[in-house]
Design a protein around this ligand. Sequence first.
Ligand code: AMP
Length: 409
Amino acid sequence: MTFQELGLRPSILEAVEALGYVEPTPIQDKAIPLVLEGRDIIGSAQTGTGKTAAFSLPILSKLATPERSPRCLVLEPTRELAQQTYDNFLKFSRFTKLRAGIVYGGVGYGAQRETLQRGVDVLVATPGRLLDHIGQGTVRMDRIQFVVLDEADRMLDMGFLPDVKRILMRCPKKRQTLLFSATIPPAIESLSSWALVNPAKIEIGARRSPADTIRHVLYPVALAQKNDLLLALLDKVQWESVILFCRTRRSADQAAAFLKRHRHKAAVIHSDRTQRERQQALDGFKSGYYEVLVATDVAARGLDIADVSHVINYEVPEHPEDYVHRIGRTGRAQATGDAFTLMTAGDAPHVQGIERFISRKIERVRLEGFNYQYSALFDEDRLGSLADRKTRGVRLGKGYFFGPARRRR
Ligand code: AMP
């Protein structure tokens, strides 16, 4: 199908064309006709699949003429995702007279009140702040015709489901509801059976294989030398911009502080940072002021950061899907990119999980000229057996993380 054949309004098609979208992505192919038909939808699709256009294009098409009172509500778990979705709505509605607005927490109320007072057709919001506005009487929900619950599993993780339900109770019963979630755990299942009517299910599988344009390798290293190897990599490799992934907020802070101590311009984003700090980090990284953006999986998910020359996994991700997401940050739009994963002995089981997931073995490489303390690191058997010992709770003294090891029989 082409965009023209999907049944969208000419003013929306004009925007699609201006954006250079040639053909619909699979989720757009499936969702757009269903939304135009008036169906409720449960979509299990992740960011990066073209999900935002899949719901915004048909909704804008159906809204057609401006009324300046919110008729479409999009709930997002984080401010960044709200901002991104709002930016998309602006692009897609460029050739219409419809107006979009955004409200999220962590900033003052003044400008948001003004936006709401001037009137919007589409409102993108995070749940907490929207409830505040509802409580203060600065926004009405009684004209809502479309509700989009985006990244519902993350709203669940972040404890927002009670707020989401409160908001839904303020919306008219006669409405169209679209729910998107990468996974559908039982709590989301029950939310959907409560909030949706006879929904059509759309499933777009998670991408299991990294793009061919990404060269991704493992750098095995002893825990004690991990930071040294990181500095050596940044020193020896030609890079322009790096996203450094960590598993936890704490290790992200520590890695950023370490890089700063070694005179790298690093910024950090994770969910404990204030909105101002996160926006400043993102803007600074996009403008090129910061060379390295240190991020957790949760904070980075869904952020549209293009043109990253290198991804470094400072810590191996716990979930194999996150590996594909993380390294997909480089090598976008046919550009080539590199992804390095620092791997210590304890990471071996997770690396095996990733290799099973992508059905491919990841090359182990050694950084030329780096003074490795333990050459046994490149011996697969040994890594495996050491990881086993570690998980069995054998105490490995400081500095003896990798040996001496007995051969596995
Ligand atoms: P999303 O999954 O909504 O975050 O979209 C991921 C990226 O794909 C965004 O940068 C969109 O602008 C882009 N995109 C969405 N739909 C299309 C399309 N049909 N053709 C090309 N790019 C698209």
